[in-house]
Design a protein around this ligand. Sequence first.
Ligand SMILES: [Zn+2]
Ligand SMILES: [Zn+2]
Length: 265
Amino acid sequence: MRLRVVGCTGSMSGPAAAASCYLVQGRGWDPACGAVRTWNVVMDMGPGSFGQLWNHLDPRDLDAVVFSHGHADHIGDVISLHVHRRWGPARGSDPLVMAGPEGLLDRVRQIDGAGEEETYEGEFSVHTLRAGVALRVGPLTLTPSAAWHSVPGFGIRVEGPSEQDPERGVSLFYTGDTDECETITAGASDVDLLLSEAGFTGSEGVRGIHMTGGRAGRTATEARVGRLVLTHIQPWTDPEDVLAEARATWSGPLGVASAGAQYVI
Ligand SMILES: [Zn+2]
Ligand SMILES: [Zn+2]
């Protein structure tokens, strides 16, 4: 399984990267073509990310797009994906699985300003995520855990085959947007890689919206993960500040997501 960072700037696009967007790839059997192939799942598609996604794959090769929650910095560029499938090169393709919290399609159509005739039904097959209910996409299993954020949302655990040894299962957890909470820590338990948002720094005391570096580090420690990668850092925040906070609560491997980075799991 591979994790590719398509966009990672917190709360908006930034000078160094598009907003949140992560490509997860795993190799597995496809009964439709009778062969092993790479399966492609995108988690979130914030502003600027659809164009950057082309640097990693042909968007016609997506197998599913999964949204952690309905904030515009996580779903905004699904509008571009829709144009690509409605009018562009992916026109006529089978509907693409689009998964997210209840009401996702309404949110997407609001952002689009879609007329009544624009139902999105020909381009997408909508799947509503429920906490603890797994979604299977080829060799990848995605299991949502309830987040603690200002709107309903999920962290997402992804399990799939190891890149080096496909017989062995590996895992990652993407927090989406959330503050530190039991459901997220439980969802991330024992994963090989925790991709945790750190939208706030310790000086920002508001609870119930974002992690700080310290809270992300504590989540990694309590969930006993293999590696912590911080993301969703706002463009005005110095990543070194967030890293320093995380080092105080987490002693394992630690890094900051950057556009184009790839993690082989
Ligand atoms: Zn966000
Ligand atoms: Zn949010």
